[in-house]
Design a protein around this ligand. Sequence first.
Ligand code: DX5
Ligand code: ZN
Length: 218
Amino acid sequence: MAAKVAPSLLSADFSKLRDEVKLIEEHGAEWVHLDIMDGHFVPAITIGPLVVKALRPHTGLFMDAHLMVSEPENQIGSFVEAGIDLLTVQAETTVHLDRTLRKIKDHGIKAGAALNPATSPDVLEYVWPLLDLVLVMSVNPGAGGQEFIPAVMPKIKAVSEQIRSRGLSTELEVDGGINRDNARDIIDAGATILVAGSAVFKAENGMALIREVAGHGQ
Ligand code: DX5
Ligand code: ZN
């Protein structure tokens, strides 16, 4: 099965984000992953809709926003207005997951739910029809450059099996600690989108990973 890399800008050079986005595009990326942190759900603060809006005219990449923010339902309109293509909320951050996913989709963009390493996919049981994407976190959210947590492998397989058995076309994104050494196993477990920050922007020959992953399974 083919998979793609969604490079995470978190590990890019923030003094030249437009160039970094162009660079991943030149190396064959189709998606760009934007990590939005609020200093509350996670300690770090990163970027918000203003940066998304500033980048939007400079790229045709599919903009994938991963909201690591409390009460994400209050942020949907501003990200949509900024030009985001997909909004993923952490399932732990919203009491009303069904309502939040519907609100995203009512804006005409795609919706996803992310699961912390300790969160069971059971929370998705009644919202499957609303999900364009499930994001399985393979590190605890909050920072790039962490180690992949192997205990999430069975969860990747379980979510993949749910998607397959329900006949859905939901994307299965895995995020955190992904590199050249473990990408193949994660794809084999069922991932369709691999988020990679440090492995793309900080590793030697990291940009080549984008085409290497796209070539798997072809
Ligand atoms: C972590 C973020 C990830 C992170 C991945 O909270 O959601 O997207 O940037 O970075 P690497 O690939 O370095 O683990
Ligand atoms: Zn992320």
